[in-house]
Ligand binder design. Structure first.
Ligand SMILES: C[S@@+](CC[C@H](N)C(=O)[O-])C[C@H]1O[C@@H](n2cnc3c(N)ncnc32)[C@H](O)[C@@H]1O
Length: 495
């Protein structure tokens, strides 16, 4: 077998990123856009010793799970790589993906079940994924890079998978519908007024990105223009045009980003029109969201996710709760209504400030927030106060929790830990560490925050069913040091 050879392949499995897997000619093949049950004609692209990557040339016999892709640029964009699979199959793929991570990476026994009574002794039950009734148009945020197409026309859209060339997109079917019309108005305004698009290679031109956010319950829309300059010509006039055409637009802001960087937003934001933020509700709580705020992108599922975290926290009103990696305090405020007190920790000072504002705006007076790295702030406070936590909620970024933080959490002896994760691989690694620290995963509830994509969010309940006695923490600390030393040595040897 050599590059570009074509062959027939039956797809029998699916990889973590949603790619189809099949076996032929003594190799395991990974084929993007192929799904289990398909028989396909594939062309070899990259061939390794025992496996290879192939391009889908043609579906010979479609899988029963196959549906027509709804998005006209599904292939080149690649963002919604599961859209040719029916939604029920997507959910079952995600449930298995979480189970596989826990078994392979966490080295723990796990099983997919319909309810926890089906899991055997010592087996972690992974429950069916909580899905959406309508798994399209769910995103409250769109970020579109701006550039030029081959004919020199200004375009906004999406980067073609793993490249920086922009595929123009008039509409994105997972984002709120107004995004297409608003983007068109901005591009037409720029063309009419001689406003240039940013050119990454030369670091020239003005408009870099269009960032749109919508409050699904309030209906308010924010337009943010990210520019490589100090001002945007006739910005007030553009705001007027946007407002006239789209009454939902309640604020327009300019974000200055003059750096040569892939990071979309710069630090400086200027309001052109409206208050500079939108508001939105999750359940009974209301939140202010500006261009920089971290706010979950799927508000319908966020309510289900936070409600699960709250259920797993098992609060009665008397508990001391910690919310680590708390962002703008969204989960903290959910918890505070049902607990004696909540202490939130977050690395971004502006988010902490927002968490305090959100607490005030929602009449929550039993939550305090600390700015800093959770792995520094929590051990320091524990050293000073020897404080106990009844419940700890963690919601870390993709890289998961810091090891020192996990150790300190165990020392705080919470009865329950609710671990919210956006990456099942790092969740699995941390479940293994927490088990060594005395905390068993009792149940795992995935929630589909990102339909049509391979992403999956998970809430896991842990309890200290076999917590080691206090004195054994000292040995454990040494073991953990070894664990991280070995892990880091492993990392260095591969770089
Ligand atoms: C997945 S978000 C969760 C935010 C919040 N719980 C929510 O649902 O809106 C992870 C948060 O962790 C913060 N973060 C990242 N590294 C951190 C660290 N070392 N210590 C504390 N917070 C951190 C990020 O700024 C981000 O706000």
């Amino acid at each position: 077998m050599k590059k570009n050879d074509t062959f027939e392949l039956k797809i029998t499995d699916i990889g973590a990123d949603g790619e189809g897997i099949g076996r032929a000619e003594g190799f395991t093949w990974f084929v993007k856009d192929a799904i289990p049950g398909d028989t396909v004609e594939a062309a070899a692209m990259k061939i390794k010793k025992t496996y290879g990557f192939a391009r889908l040339k043609r579906v010979i016999e479609p899988s029963q799970q196959r549906v027509n892709s709804q998005c006209p640029i599904a292939g080149p964009c690649g963002g919604c790589s599961l859209q040719s699979m029916n939604y029920a199959a997507q959910l079952s793929f995600k449930q298995k993906k979480v189970r596989d991570c826990i078994e392979r990476i966490g080295d723990l026994k796990a099983s997919t079940v319909d309810d926890i009574s089906q899991a055997g002794e010592g087996v972690i039950p992974v429950l069916p994924v909580i899905g959406m009734d309508e798994p399209w148009r769910y995103r409250n945020k769109a970020q579109l890079p701006v550039g030029y197409d081959k004919s020199g026309r200004m375009v906004a859209g999406f980067y073609a998978g793993r490249t920086h060339s922009i595929i123009p997109q008039s509409d994105c079917l997972i984002t709120f519908p107004e995004n297409a019309a608003i983007t068109r108005i901005i591009l037409d305004f720029c063309e009419k007024n001689g406003i240039s698009a940013y050119d990454e290679a030369g670091h020239t031109g003005l408009l870099r990105h269009i960032l749109l956010r919508k409050g699904f319950t309030s209906g308010q829309i924010m337009v943010c223009l990210v520019i490589n300059g100090d001002s945007f010509p006739k910005a007030e006039l553009l705001a007027k045009e946007l407002k006239a055409a789209q009454p939902g637009v309640t604020t327009v802001v300019i974000n200055i980003n003059r750096e040569r960087t892939n990071v979309i937003l710069g630090r400086d934001c200027r309001t052109v029109y409206g208050p500079g933020y939108i508001t939105d509700n999750i359940g009974e709580l209301s939140f202010r969201i500006d261009a920089m705020s971290f706010f979950q992108v799927n508000p319908v599922q966020t309510l289900k996710l936070y409600s699960k975290a709250l259920e797993f926290a098992g609060l009665t009103g008397s508990e001391t709760v910690w919310d680590l990696y708390c962002g703008a305090g969204t989960i903290s405020l959910f918890l505070a209504k049902n607990a004696a007190s909540v202490r939130g920790v977050e690395i971004i000072p502006e988010a902490v400030e927002k968490a305090r504002e959100n607490a005030r705006a929602n009449g929550v007076d039993n939550a305090v927030f600390y700015a800093g790295r959770a792995e520094e702030v929590v051990p320091r406070i524990f050293e000073e106060e020897h404080c106990h936590a009844d419940v700890i909620v963690v919601d870390p970024p993709r890289k998961g929790c810091d090891g020192l933080l996990l150790q300190t959490m165990a020392k705080m002896e919470p009865e329950r830990i609710a671990y919210v994760s956006c990456d099942p691989a790092t969740l699995a690694r941390d479940l293994k560490i927490l088990k060594e620290l005395g905390y068993d995963a009792l149940k795992v509830q995935p929630v589909d925050m990102f339909p049509q994509t391979p992403g999956v969010e998970t809430v896991c309940l842990l309890s200290n069913t076999q917590r080691p006695k206090k004195e054994s923490y000292i040995t454990l600390d040494v073991e953990m040091e070894d664990y991280y030393r070995i892990k880091n040595e492993g990392k260095n040897s591969t770089t």
